[in-house]
Design a protein around this ligand. Structure first.
Ligand code: PGA
Length: 250
């Protein structure tokens, strides 16, 4: 099944107004656009509105980097799915390893966030992936299966029908060490088969994330089950990000 490639810029905690204006100006110059690949920007929360207005008429989409699992309430500092919809988000990253590792997000909390996104017509981009020790111990598949099971238990078998999964090996994030195309394909294939044993998975897009750069995007894109990328560091430089998008516009 043909899946439209999706390349997502995860700016993390980077970018301020002037920089954003210049970035989107450069990104959306006519020669920079690629119709074959869906492009989504995930700025920090406080810039979502600004990015939304700058992206108007460009065909590029907006996503958030996180959400809370409640629609509203006394949760100081948190952002609800309603708010993300209100500012024009289509996608939301859920369970990024930095949040799991540094902010203590558990599989169950991530599953609750995934459910909140689905309830509110946001498309979750669920991040899964093993750390270095887990890869060395040969337990990559069981770690990824555990992370997927948490969502399946809360959201049911159809949970992934409209979702995106990002396989992001923790040892590859921000390290400059990218998974080889074969390593990525192995886990992507595993994820697709595992989801397929519960629900339909042939249309589901599985992104790779972890030190994606212009020079490794093409090889990654050639893998059968790699349908795009979640890009951190390299998404901050327009030229590099566009080269990655071109690599996935197969
Ligand atoms: P990176 O980050 O591209 O800088 O490795 C990817 C991510 O964390 O989503």
């Amino acid at each position: 099944m043909k899946r439209k490639p999706l390349v997502v810029a995860n700016w993390k905690m980077h970018g301020q107004s002037k920089w954003i204006e210049n970035y989107i100006h450069d990104l959306t110059k006519p020669q920079g656009q690629s119709g074959q690949c869906e492009i989504v920007l995930c700025p920090p929360f406080v810039y979502l509105n600004e990015v939304r207005s700058l992206l108007q008429e460009t065909g590029m989409g907006l996503g958030a980097q996180d959400l809370h699992d409640s629609e509203h309430g006394a949760f100081t500092g948190e952002i609800s799915p309603h708010m993300l919809l209100d500012v024009g988000c289509k996608y939301v990253v859920v369970g990024h390893s930095e949040r799991r590792r540094l902010l203590g997000e558990t599989d169950d909390f991530v599953a609750a966030k995934f459910a909140a996104a689905c309830r509110n017509a946001l498309i979750p981009i669920l991040c899964v992936g093993e750390n270095e020790g887990e890869r060395e111990a040969g337990v990559t598949e069981s770690v990824v299966r555990r992370q997927l099971d948490a969502v399946l238990q809360v959201c049911g078998n159809e949970a992934f029908a409209a979702a995106v999964i990002a396989y992001e090996p923790v040892w590859a994030i921000g390290t400059g060490v990218t998974a080889t195309p074969a390593q990525a394909q192995d886990v992507h294939g595993f994820i697709r088969n595992y989801i397929a044993s519960h629900s339909s998975a042939s249309a589901m897009r599985i992104l790779y994330g972890g030190s994606v750069k212009a020079d490794n995007a093409v090889m990654l894109a050639q893998q059968q089950d790699v349908d795009g990328a979640l890009v951190g560091g390299a998404s901050l430089i327009v030229k590099d990000f566009l080269a990655i998008c071109a690599g996935f516009s197969k």
